[in-house]
Design a protein. Sequence first.
Lengths: 363, 611
Amino acid sequence: MMIHKSLRQLDFLLISSALLLLGCGLITAYSLSQGGTGSDLHLKQLARIGIAFLVCLFFLYIDFEILTYYSVVLYGFLLLLLLGVLFFGTEINNSRSWIGIGGFRIQPSEPGKIVLILFLASLLGQVKIEYLRFSKLIQCGLLGMAPVVLILLQGDLGTAVMYAPILAGMLWMSGIRTKVIIIILLCMLLAAPAGWMVLKDYQKLRIKAVFNPDLDPQGIGYQTRQSLIAMGSGGLLGKGIGKGLHAQLGYVPESHTDFVYTLMVEETGFIGGFAVLLLYLILLWRMLEIARNARNRTALLISVGVISFFFSHLVINVGMATGLLPAIGIPLPFLSYGGSSLLASAAALGLILNVNLRRFANT
Amino acid sequence: MEYNLENKIFFSRLRILQAIILLVIAVFSLRVWQITVARYSYYIEQAERNQLRRIDVFAPRGLITDREGRIMADNVNSFSLLLRRDRAECVECTIEEICRELGFDRDRINAVLEENRQLPAFRPIILVERLTLPQVSWILARYREHPELDITESPQRNYRYNSLASHVIGYVGRISPEELDAPGYDEAKPGHSIGKDGVEKTHNSTLMGKDGVRTVLVDSLGRIQEELAFLQPVKGSDLTLTIDMDLQEVAEKELGDREGAVVALDPRNGEILALASMPGFNPNTFSSGISQEEWSIMIADPAKPLLNRAVGSVYSPGSVFKVILAAGGLETGIIDEKSTVICRGAVNLYGRPFRCTSSHGEVALKEAIRSSCNIYFYLLGQEMGVDLMAEYSHRMGLGEATGIDLPNEVSGLVPTTQWKRETLGEPWYAGETISVAIGQGRINATPLQIARAIGLIATGEATRPHLVLNRPGTAGSSAGEPVNIALENLDLVRQGMWSVVNEWGTGWRAKVEGFDVCGKTGTAQLISRESRESLSDEAKEQFTHNAWFAGFAPLAAPEIVVAVIVQSGGGGGASAAPVAGKIFNTYYRKTRGLQKEQPDESPSAGAGEQS
């Protein structure tokens, strides 16, 4: 393998935008540390970035074909781990989705997204016809839903929801007929009332709050409302790093993880918020380019899975912070404080760079 | 990947995905622009409203002192327990716990909660006042478990003399929701203490200070992070009363446990020197928040300790009225100094016997006043008629409120034929006139009105009784207006009153050697003669008469008027005159620089005693 030589082939625009987003994340973590939380969040995050860099290298170094080949093993391991969490996990914020490994605590459902991407790529990569067969669709659908069901059982709706775009994006890209899509969407629409019944009361209220954030300012619309107030009070240029009072005084919950974008906008204003969106646009644009130039079907599907992963997180997270979508607690890749999400993002980045690196059929 | 038919769908769908991504980023950018730039002013205001909290800092009330600067009411710092219901997970559990741990009265706290139900949940409720230090430290130590509990330090009213002069000072209490909406309390906020009675009420706006405001930055749990501004509270203005605590103490001590009232005033300017109503109450009970139970007991007490008898209660003036009638008789010319009447102990008028205390024989005005001869005044009253008596009663200030700066003053009643026709729809009977002539029947007045009328006779000038000492330079209001009765006629009445005290008349017990006390006793019948017959002899005297004494001193240049009523006190000469005598005596010795009879009698100021 000519990997050292071919490092020059890597998409540096993509890598730069990812690094800049990580930088923004570090700045917000630093800002919160200034705000008197008493701990040096940015230093902890820096250490995690070090680990994440190694993870990224790992997924870049090993040929994606090999990773895909062994993905069924990873998939089996994931299901076991999720089952383990279900029975021996630690409960945080009402969901039993964490497990202690050595001195660390990890949320297997986060790296599980990467496993799903590889596994689906291995299943769908072999299909050589234009449109996806129905039997294949059902097979992939069921296998893709298995970890989702386990995560739902853990009570972590937010993470479970994030598996769907990956599954949908990869299936769609491997050629479901448009009429099949329409039928599936109709079925989902019919099943929606049943789904509504399954939702817990607080989850229903969150969805209602999207349509009317002023409904009950102290109650369910609270998070969204406070997020909007924090952002809005930032103005065009923001209040300055470390001066985002509203988010820091605890009015916006989880301002270092799920509502990191809120804090970002409060402190750096429209300019900072727009810059983050722009960086994501560059990131996704370059990824689409990588997908277009992918060596084969498997490589393309991996790229699409990675794009779906980043894009869906961006949509749900920023949509929630700006009050356009229900409040579902998921992190914003690269920006949010926390290990599991960062590891998954690093792995995803590694994968797409892997595809980027090995884009020529003869390597 | 090379483009071929097999892969055609990839490339078309990648383009769709690209379009979706572009669209979403554009929508988000616009949305962020809308929030941060377009609606900036709205959100910045919302953010400040959330983060900034204005905390009222209650201003201490002004001091109340007597005319010699002795402090009657001041403030002590006290710690109060606040409850913020919006922060409580379970209000009931918290109440349960603090009652158990700190020994608070559960019912009392429930009553406070009930009273404040209408308040928004984020408004703190003052649950308990005057916390002890162990209670304060218990609560502060549990700041984390109970974010809904808070301690506030606030000034609390303290009455140094406890119940002494309670009806003059009044008391303070928490402002009620009705008072909040009432005019005159614009500055007041919920939780404020305002004057509820006495000068605390009538001079509330003077005494009440201007609250300060602390502007603080709070986090989402309402914990104070930083103080941004502090507008210092401004203490209320001090109030110097006309009351002389030496006289006040003598008045209350002499009434003792008898129900009654004393008014002592300076007839030259209307300054009230002492105003007592017994029984009194301890106003400190109210400062710390009176319990429902204590309040009920006070309200149900038949002795009505909260009633200020000096201004809020009316009594038949009895024979004291005779001096007013005498002045009227002289002024109309119906009698003169030398007119006489033969008293044989009773007289038949309109077919009914009207009695006198004894047979006085032939009496002229001075003797009629000295011996309080009923017959003389029956006949004078008959001659004048009820409407003319009313005319002169009004000139002496009866039948209308004096306008003293105390709440709940009543105006008494001076009956006329027209009044009876209009109010009761009945004609006036001639026999009623005879009763009114000796201060019985329909006529009634407050002790303060009687004191004022005696002051008119003493000086010939009408003044408005008041309790606040005029500051130098603003003395305008205390100048008297000449009353519409000739001075020589008033002088004749005064001669009679002098005789009452100094020539072994009915009021001899009020005599002070060297001070020329003048006065008139009264023994006002409480129940009709028929019901009186059924009582034993002692009971007749004891329980069926209110005892009056009203007088002034000295004769030559009157300085002080004293009116005393002792309820169910029997004869005015025996019960009321000695009380007045003690007050005249104290005043005389004090103003003439003489030693007090008993040097240890100065009012005992409790050292800021707390209940």
